[in-house]
Write a protein that binds this ligand. Sequence first.
Ligand code: IVH
Length: 715
Amino acid sequence: MSAGRNEVSSLSSGEAGERIAALTHEIAEHDARYHGEDAPTISDADYDDLRAQLRKLEEAFPDLVEPDSPSKKVGSAPAGRFPKIAHRIPMLSLDNAFSDEDVAEFVGRVKRFLKISPDAPLAFTAEPKIDGLSLALRYEDGKLVHAVTRGDGAVGEDVTANARTISDIPDTLSGSSVPEVVEVRGEVYLGKQDFAALNARMEAEGKPTYVNPRNTAAGSLRQLDAAITAERPLRYFAYAWGDMSEVPRDGQLAMVELLAEWDFATNPLATRLETVEALIDHYRKIEEQRAALDYDIDGVVYKVDNLALQRRLGFVSRSPRWAIAHKFPAEIATSVLEAIEIQIGRTGALSPVARLTPITVGGVVVSNATLHNEDYIAGIGSDGQPIREGRDLRVGDTVSIYRAGDVIPKVLDVDLSKRPDGSEPFVFPETCPACDSAAVRDVNEKTGKLDSVRRCTGGLICPVQAIEKLKHFVSRNAFDIDGFGEKQAEAFHEWGLVTNPAEIFTLQQRDGKEGHPALVERDGYGETSVSRLFSAIDARRTIALHRFIYALGIRHIGEGNAKLLARHYGTIEALMQAAQDARGFADAAWDDLTDIDGIGETAARALVQFFEEPHNRSVVDELLASVTVEPVEQAASDSPVAGKTLVFTGSLEQMTRDEAKAMAERLGAKVSGSVSGKTDLVVAGPGAGSKLKKAAELGVETLDEDGWFKLVGRG
Ligand code: IVH
């Protein structure tokens, strides 16, 4: 937030002119980052705020409005730039395979899930993974009505006007069997030659050139002025679909062929194959052609061809079980390790970061890379053995860097022949650089081995940990408080006003008290911005359960796990009770927790340990005094098993145990491993023993497999 924004009327014309010039410059920079590089550095809200400040100043000083003011150029831009549209079916990502073994494991996993013999053939499609950005196109009665970017997978940006300028995207669908509602999904990209021509033009005009085709395609698609998009020769490959009133074909490849009949561009290298060997063979062929293709690709995607099997396989967290992306090996480049810095994370981990002489890897300039942990720097592998004779990493070393897709660049190796004379081994700090507390390596409870990560023991007194926790708490997928971003988290912490997340919600009642000056007195704040901040905080006094769980910053509980926990437990109270009941890492509550599809033992342990810590509990209790956490609406109310607790037992014949569980969870049921008073229904196949007996004793309803299918409407 910038000084003076609320005192517009008291500004002199000179001051206003300076302010207008500064804002114009700042907005132009953000525009360049957002559109040109597709790498915005501020939130949409902060950006809108800058534009609002400029507008106010220009209203008060109309004589100072420059003809090329950003408020003129894109005056019609809606708040947040593009309207948001929710995807009816989430746009998910793909799990990755990095080696042939990973591919074999994927195929094995699919077959096990489906109870298909490991040697039986199973058809997969194999097609290039286009390095662009995904776009969903909705057609109603054959007419394009919406084009929406992936966004966060749940909600994207409406870029329909821009999509209409792409010649590979038909405005009207013609051909046979076009359903009433069609949602085509695919990748927008910029061809390599077109990219080179665009850059040649930029250079000729003395303008800065673009970094790579992907970012340029993304920036071009998100131009507010469709005329600019139209000047960029964007292209589109259709490879999937979302919400459809009807899916007219029963195979992946057949569906893509139908998309081609409807006039979409589809990738010519897509094919259908039946064995791991054939998939890998095709991967190698595509890899050989990679450089000659006119578009960037970063791997090969394999998908189970049969759509009925795809439906049975379903999803895990954010990716389908029926597909995987086999990535090409990362690009490698050489640079010099200029310094090793230690960063402290939210959980106190001391992470070494390499500062490098900037170098281009995979089309992106890299100047920082991760060094993993202190063993890695010292040359000790994860097995405790030396990585290679004499291999450690020292400041001044010439090192190789690699970067795979959007993964953080890593320092791979060192060229010892280029080591400068007199270099010293790096000494990893044993105290936290931020708070001087001891930094220790714990013994991993599960393996009994020394943890590779050194952690600050300062906990609450470590300012960096506290600030990182706060930043996480207010981040976009957590509390997402307008006007309370990373900068504010740092400032409020430094001022001693917010030292833990719960204090955000008492800020207003404490304002101007406890010996602190009132917020309006502070640099950068005025009446309006303070009242806006307080209303933004108030707007978050009611929050979805999964956001609340994620915001707590529990180790190993990211967004995906937070959603799984929210769906399983339904309320924060139930979750806290379950964590408490599972303290013994045994018993029914522990089983219930670790039985959640997708929740591993490490995450489960971290959850239990988090709530065991009295300090964490008290912050959560304080938060709950100011915040209402919305219970999760139990899934599809039309599902007869929504909200019920189920147990599957005996040998199931029409579905595997994993499938049964996945299906029940999709229908909003909880699946447990043991029968108890809380069980609502037991589905028993032949050979069911003690669980069926227990169900009878407890009077729990039981069904056989046919009964189950009839109940859920698939009989
Ligand atoms: S299928 C359920 N096929 O890769 C996932 N994705 O890492 C459906 N992508 O978001 C995606 N080429 O943007 C699929 N041939 C291809 C693809 C492809 C590129 C992108 C897509 C997706 C991302 C996942």
